[in-house]
Write a protein that binds this ligand. Structure first.
Ligand code: CA
Length: 225
């Protein structure tokens, strides 16, 4: 059964929405605040519906923590603040989509279905080049465990999470070294070259971690020889 985590503190929204989702055949876990939502995320829901204005831990922070833990669960934001949407869906928090309140139920359900489809589409399973276990902080490359330092693991986790997309240097510096970016990313380059070596990648024509000049790096999502 597809499990949806609904984090929403306003019962006039969460109750009818939960009913509608259950009618669609989803198993719905309603969380009235951010703290409860973060606990419920541990149970690996298939989708997270997240209100931004939540007590204790706000939705933005909940979303960030989900992504910092390396979880790729689709996150759909519910917000009354259309002006905040850019930050939420952009690089900062890593949400996948948003719906502004008041929303039409049919539209919201369509977005939910679209995200779930996308999710089932990219979990190909077999033939995975790389697998990250964020809880155990372990990474496997063609089923062999990689020996990585903490920062190397974090770097690989972010690149793999965003695989197929370019991850800007600024974002990597911020997410992994938690520093504002002032132009020098020597540390980052060093870690990239170590990771490439561990993946058996050729620095002059890397196959897994490619350099996108002037922007950042991309983990290639398919194993094209
Ligand atoms: Ca709210």
């Amino acid at each position: 059964m597809t499990r949806v985590l609904l984090a929403e503190d306003d019962p006039t929204i969460s109750e009818p929405l939960a009913r509608a989702l259950r009618r669609e055949g989803y198993d719905v876990d309603v969380c009235p605040d951010g703290r409860v939502a973060l606990e419920a995320v541990e149970e690996n829901p298939d989708l997270v519906l997240l209100d931004l204005g939540l007590p204790y831990v706000d939705g933005l922070e909940v979303c960030r923590r989900i992504r910092n833990d390396g979880r790729s669960v689709p996150v759909l934001i519910l917000t009354a603040r259309a002006d905040e949407v850019d930050t939420v869906v952009g690089l900062d928090a890593g949400a996948d989509d948003y719906v502004t309140k008041p929303f039409r139920l049919a539209e919201l359900l369509a977005r939910v279905r679209a995200l779930l489809r996308r999710k089932s589409g990219d979990t190909g399973g077999d033939g995975e080049i790389i697998r990250i276990d964020p809880e155990a902080r372990r990474a496997y490359f063609h089923d062999d465990e990689l020996q990585l330092t903490a920062k190397e693991f974090d770097l690989l986790r972010v690149l793999v999470r965003e695989q197929g997309k370019v991850v800007p240097r600024e974002q990597l510096m911020r997410e992994i070294w938690e520093t504002a970016w002032f132009g020098s990313t020597k540390t980052l380059d060093m870690h990239i070259s170590v990771l490439r070596r561990k993946l058996g990648d050729d620095a002059t024509s890397p196959r897994y971690i490619t350099t996108v000049r002037g922007v950042g790096f991309r983990f290639e999502s398919s194993d094209q020889g």
